[in-house]
Structure formats: C-alpha cells, structure tokens
Ligand binder design. Structure first.
Ligand SMILES: Nc1ncnc2c1ncn2[C@@H]1O[C@H](COP(=O)(O)OP(=O)(O)OP(=O)(O)O)[C@@H](O)[C@H]1O
Ligand SMILES: [Mg+2]
Length: 313
C-alpha cells in the first residue's frame, strides 16, 4: 500500500513562505532591537491547513509551487507530522514573511515580500502532478508574481473536472475569478466577502444575504468568518451562526487557516452541518488560544467544538 493511501485531503499553496516570528516586548523603530528568541518555519496558508489537519489526526498531501532549494526543508518539517510534501519545484527561493510580535501591546506587524516570479509553465506542471490529488483539495492563499489572476480558476476547474471537491480560501481578483469555476466550498472573511460583492456588509442580515448570493452562483458551501464573533455557515441543508466559546487570546494569526482545516476534516468525515460547523469553530478557537509558538491539542479542539454556541438561522 502506498504510504499515503489513507490521505483524503490535499492542500495547494502557490506562494509558500518561511514564517519568521520574532517576539519583542515592543518594537523600537530605527533602533537595534535584540530579541530573546525567533522561530523560522515553513508556512503559507495551505501548509498551515495541513499542519492543523495533522493535529486532527488527518494525514494530508501538501502541494503547490516551491523554490527548488527549499523543498528539502519543507519535507523535513512536514514528514514527522504525517504530511506528504509534494511540491512542484520552481527556480528561486521561497519568501520569508516576517511577523514582529509586540508582546506588551499584543500587536503583530507583518512584512510579506512578494515571493519569486513563477513561469506559467510551472502551473501546467503542477496540474500534471495533481493527477494524484486526494478527493478533497484545499486551495489557499495568494498568488506569486508571474501567474495571472485566473490561476485559482484554472486549478478549481482542473480538479473539479477530475471529481475532486475543492475548498477555496483566497481573496481579491483571483478569488473572484475562481468563483466562476464553482468550488465546493469558499471561506471568505467579512471584508473579503464585502470586497467580492463590492458593498459593505454592516450587519448579520447583510452577511447572510451576501453569502446566499455566493451560494446562488453555484458554490454549495459558503462559510463567512467574522473574527471573534464567530462564523456564518450557509450550507445546502442548514444556515447556522456559530460563536466560539470565550478563550484566552494568544494570536489571531492562522485562525482562518485552522477553520479551513476543520472544514476539510469535517467534510472528509461526512459530518452533518452542525457538527461540521462546531469542528471548524473548535479548530479556530483552539488556534487563537494555542500556547505561544506551539500547536493546539486535539482534546482541546474537541472541548471547544463542544462548547461552541450553534444558532440555527
Ligand atoms: N478573537 C477571537 N476569539 C475567538 N475566536 C476567534 C477570534 N478571532 C477569530 N476566531 C475564530 O477564528 C475564525 C476565523 O477568524 P477570522 O474571521 O479572523 O479569519 P480570517 O480573517 O480568515 O483569518 P486569517 O488571517 O487566518 O486568514 C472565527 O470565525 C472564529 O471562530
Ligand atoms: Mg483568511
């Protein structure tokens, strides 16, 4: 049996990164800042989803485009987590996203460089590689320079035509273009949905109307996250608002990725609407309250999923 025969979920990251996280009491601009610690680890939205899936006990295949010289480091990081690293190598090194965490104020400053310019032929090579794609595919994050705004659209079509269910978490013009390909699920946050629809979404009624509009465009599962207020789940057979339980806040970085991981795992497991929304919310709440620099635990996710408040709309 191949090593990943049990892998039901794949993630695609077209513009991965190393995240360099540096905690400082406070940032002194224009000064030498001496940090006590720093962490450098492979990341990017799809990679983060794969990592959260491993916490849930779901092996996954992480794929996408990655600087050839960085493939070994990603594989070394992912393999112990039960994640198969299957990136299409491209020339150049992947970017380093700097996260300056000011611990006193609880503020994070992100500096995200663009990443290497990618030739369109790399996307064609990735599509060939995706012939081995698992049944559920998570497409997440931004596009590297060099790819057109139709990159996600092309991948959604390619994977859907091959019978895969596609979960898309992206934003801006590439997200808008890919909607026409009717992914199975999308998870914009409030401002991403507002940008897509070209209008503000000031209250819950506006969010529900907006999500239904996306559903009518042919996306059966529309999840709109709204930070600490929770998320709206417009699903084929239910419309739910789920609020996370109160948790101590460590960081909101990666909350959306954790929610997408919960959605993917829940769909792979065939959960009903309420259980799916609870699992997604439990993952997100566990991610925002995780130990600094660490990962949440499966038992904590289960506890928070149980404690989430589900409202049927
Ligand atoms: N402050 C918070 N307290 C508790 N839960 C939170 C908080 N912020 C976010 N969450 C949980 O995480 C989910 C996703 O958060 P959010 O809407 O911020 O995602 P996002 O903007 O896509 O994040 P990302 O930056 O990771 O892409 C929320 O629906 C909620 O369940
Ligand atoms: Mg997001």
């Amino acid at each position: 049996m191949p090593a990943d025969a049990l892998t039901r979920i794949g993630t695609v990251t077209l513009n991965p990164a190393f995240d360099l996280t540096i905690p400082l009491p406070r940032l002194e601009r224009g000064e030498v800042n001496r940090a006590q610690a720093a962490e450098l680890r492979p990341a990017g939205k799809g990679v983060n989803v794969s990592v959260m899936l491993s916490v849930l006990g779901e092996p996954s295949r992480a794929t996408g485009l990655l600087g050839a010289a960085d493939c070994a480091a990603f594989e070394e990081f992912l393999r112990p987590l039960g994640i198969v690293s299957d990136f299409e190598p491209v020339p150049g090194r992947c970017r380093i996203n700097v996260k300056l965490v000011e611990t006193a104020a609880g503020e994070v400053t992100d500096i995200n460089p663009p990443g290497p310019t990618v030739a369109p032929s790399a996307l064609a090579a990735l599509m060939r590689r995706l012939e081995r794609a698992p049944e559920l595919m998570v497409l997440a994050g931004s596009l590297p320079p060099g790819l057109g705004t139709d990159a996600w659209d092309g991948l959604v079509r390619h994977l859907s035509a091959a019978g895969r269910r596609v979960l898309l978490d992206s934003s801006g013009p590439a997200f808008e273009a890919a909607l026409a390909a009717r992914p199975f699920l999308v998870k914009p946050n409030r401002s991403e949905l507002a940008a897509l629809l070209g209008r503000s979404l000031p209250d819950r009624a506006a969010l529900i109307a907006g999500a239904r509009e996306v559903q009518q465009r042919g996306v059966s599962h529309v999840v709109v996250s709204a930070g600490g207020e929770g998320a709206l789940f417009v699903l084929p057979d239910a419309c739910l608002w789920v609020r996370p339980p109160a948790v101590p806040l460590t960081t909101t970085v990666g909350a959306g990725d954790a929610m997408v991981a919960g959605l993917a795992a829940g769909l792979a497991r065939g959960l009903d609407a309420a259980a799916l929304a609870r699992l997604a919310t439990g993952c997100a709440a566990a991610a925002v309250s995780r130990p600094p620099g660490g990962l949440p635990e499966a038992a904590e996710i289960a506890r928070l999923a149980e404690a989430a408040h589900v409202e049927r709309l």
